[in-house]
Design a protein around this ligand. Structure first.
Ligand code: GAL
Length: 666
């Protein structure tokens, strides 16, 4: 990973997905004029254009893309040129029915949407390499080219015979022999012992609960398979011109069979798509979390703070809970700048112009069905101007004293059937810890296990279920170096194969935490247990025996009445906290504020009113995002780069507005 932004002149990237293949050339010219008016400098082109680039096998039609790239270049706009491999043309599927994906219950999908391919099918991989190769040969030195955007949102899955054969090969490499596989998957249970590799398959639909080891390895295998589909394209694009960076856009969510932390080492720039599922206040919490996650991946891969890119976001409406929700004025700008504050090298939208038809005809766009004489276009142009004023600022380096661990495989494993409770959610628990800190004004990094922890004084493990020996070692090294630790329920309960670590929960961390957990008492969705000292616990509770730790809060009532709920274990000058339930938001916020405070971590901008998000960066900038509908005064001294206003002791941030202050000592 090289972690460069696509260019080195200090400008932030600004633009989005542009689909000229859907429009006649007059519209291209209008679009480019509008892009210039909006300050756009980068557009993603060709993501779903395979059938327009290769209408028949081996016959390529590049004239339109030549003209598009030349037009962009003539207008000073750069291209993130996509390889169109996320949507093979109809001829491909007809010719290679064996490359259509098979679902877990054995049904073969048909053409008609996008992503109808199996990434393990040789015909698909050949065709994908071949279209990437011809694009590389033709455009690798085009002056408009700034970045290769491989594929789109790797995340599909398959259970066809090609996949099954590839799974067996992957398992052979991982385990060497069947004894090791039988041991890792605990196949002594339910007579699942394998005596021949030919018996091992993908976890298809089965009678009752599937094997957790098999489920977990299938996800890991598939992540590696998709990764190899990416890296083979990357390598040939790189070979055509090593000066041009290559990346792909991550889609977030624990349904995605991709270990993005592992992938981060293979992309030149971590790029995420972000569409909050929440509306209202939840959307800004999700935005901050996603941005910190992306920054954590980028830093993990680079071994030092590094920029990343918001590759897609919605300029206006999002579809959630069954309908479209319009963003009120200011929200799009504020959320875009929230990503920039937290390290994005720019802001990219999906999409530039709304299509007249097709499945996503009502998805929001900068140029909507109503055209460009709209408040959304005007806001986008204002944002372009604002980003222009931030040229020369250095994305990627954010001051944070807390790190929250996030691990794709733990998220997958908690979803397995047969867990003590349905709905267990590692990403949700990581987000809950992040949200509590966000409301307390404390900036956190979100990092994969094994990431560098320099600068981190408090490490949080939120339902980090899987603990390999390497992960345990990483946690121990942090604690032995004097770092504070806060561990929540279900962390460290299983090893990397999802086998339970015996001797009492949380097996991997019992000694660090000074507790031993004997029994789980999962709670119903609507159940709350009171805690001494105020607040309640949700989702989970358990029988905790202190073994060196002091009790900070106990269960008050029910079967666990009087037993420890939250404990604290002194290790040298630091504390290792154990939280055996999910405290309500207010209680969690107070708890994490205290744990952070004892670790020497204070709010980013003490004195910033509730509802004002503050992010301080190593480049001397303080981003202030006012999520309220009232003007807010913030204690700060310096120059607001967005308005040119100087603040001498305080600055008023308008309702829903943003200030980016170059701070001076007051
Ligand atoms: C993204 C995807 C885009 C578009 C968008 C709609 O996940 O990459 O192609 O579908 O969602 O929100």
């Amino acid at each position: 990973m090289t972690t460069k932004v696509p260019w080195s002149d200090g400008r932030l990237c600004y633009g989005g997905d542009w689909n000229p293949e859907q429009w006649p050339p007059e519209v291209w010219r209008e679009d480019v004029a509008l892009m210039r008016a909006a300050g756009v400098n980068l557009v993603t082109v060709g993501v779903f254009a395979w059938s327009r680039l290769e209408p028949e096998p081996g016959r390529h039609t590049f004239d339109w893309l030549d003209r598009v790239l030349d037009l962009l270049h003539a207008n000073g706009i750069r291209a993130a040129l996509a390889t169109p491999t996320a949507s093979p043309p109809p001829w491909f599927s007809l010719r290679h029915p064996d490359a259509l994906p098979v679902t877990a219950d054995g049904g073969r999908l048909t053409h008609g949407s996008r992503d109808t391919y199996c990434a393990a099918a040789p015909a698909y991989r050949d065709a994908a390499r071949s279209i990437a190769e011809v694009l590389a040969a033709r455009y690798a030195h085009h002056p408009a080219l700034a970045l290769w955007h491989v594929h789109n949102e790797y995340g599909t899955t398959c259970h066809c015979p090609h996949t099954e054969a590839a799974f067996r090969r992957w398992l052979t490499t991982r385990y060497g022999d069947l004894d090791a596989l039988n041991d890792a998957w605990v196949t002594s249970f339910w007579s699942q012992h394998y005596s021949d590799w030919a018996q091992v398959g993908t976890p298809r639909a089965t009678q009752y609960l599937a094997n957790p080891g098999q489920l977990l390895d299938f996800r890991r295998f598939w992540s590696d398979t998709l990764l190899s589909a990416y890296t083979e394209q990357r390598d040939l694009l790189r070979a055509a011109n090593p000066a041009v960076q290559v990346t792909t856009n991550y889609v977030l969510g624990d349904w995605v069979p991709v270990d993005h932390a592992r992938w981060a080492r293979e992309v030149d720039l971590v790029a995420i798509d972000h569409y909050p599922s929440a509306i209202g206040a939840g959307a800004q919490e999700q935005t901050a979390f996603a941005a910190d996650l992306a920054r954590g991946w980028a830093r993990h891969a680079a071994g030092r703070p590094a920029p990343w890119l918001l590759a897609e976001s919605a300029p206006n409406q999002i579809h959630t809970a069954g309908r479209m929700h319009t963003k009120e004025p200011g929200r799009m700008t504020r959320h875009s700048l929230a990503h920039v504050a937290r390290g994005s090298a720019g802001v990219m939208f999906f999409q530039w112009r709304a299509p007249a038809g097709g499945a996503e005809r009502f998805h929001s766009a900068v140029v909507s069905h109503a055209g460009a004489d709209t408040r959304v276009f005007r806001e986008a142009a204002d944002l372009g101007a604002a980003l222009g004023r931030l040229a020369g600022t250095a994305p990627g380096r954010v001051e944070a004293g807390v790190a929250i661990a996030y691990d794709a495989a733990s998220g997958w494993a908690l979803r397995h059937p047969g867990m003590p409770r349905a709905g267990l959610d590692h990403p949700g628990e990581a987000a809950a810890a992040h949200r509590a800190l966000w409301h307390a004004g404390v900036t956190a990094d979100v990092v994969p296990p094994g990431a560098p922890l320099d600068g981190c004084r408090l490490l949080v493990l939120p339902a980090l279920y899987l603990a390999s020996d390497a992960t345990v070692d990483w946690v121990r090294r942090h604690v032995h170096a004097g770092g504070h630790l806060l561990v929540t329920w279900l962390s460290g309960v299983a090893d990397e194969h999802a086998r339970v670590r015996l001797g009492g929960y949380p097996g991997a961390y019992r000694d660090l935490l000074g507790v031993r957990v004997e029994e789980f008492h999962p709670l119903a969705d609507d159940e709350h247990v009171p805690l001494t000292g105020g607040g309640t616990g949700r989702i989970w509770s358990e029988t905790v025996h202190p073994a060196g730790a002091e009790t900070i809060s106990a269960y008050a009532g029910g079967v666990l009445d009087g037993r420890p709920a939250i404990t604290r274990h002194r290790i040298g000058d630091a504390y290792a906290w154990y939280v055996s339930t999910r405290p309500d938001d207010g209680t969690y916020r107070r708890l994490l504020t205290e744990a952070a405070g004892l670790a020497g971590v204070t709010p980013t901008c003490p004195g910033a009113p509730e509802g004002v998000e503050a992010v301080r960066r190593h480049d001397g900038l303080l981003y202030l995002l006012n999520h309220t509908d009232r003007p807010q005064r913030v204690p700060v001294t310096g120059l607001d780069l967005l308005t040119g206003a100087t603040a001498d002791g305080s600055l008023t941030v308008p309702p829903g507005g943003v200030a980016v202050v170059r701070e001076e000592p007051s």
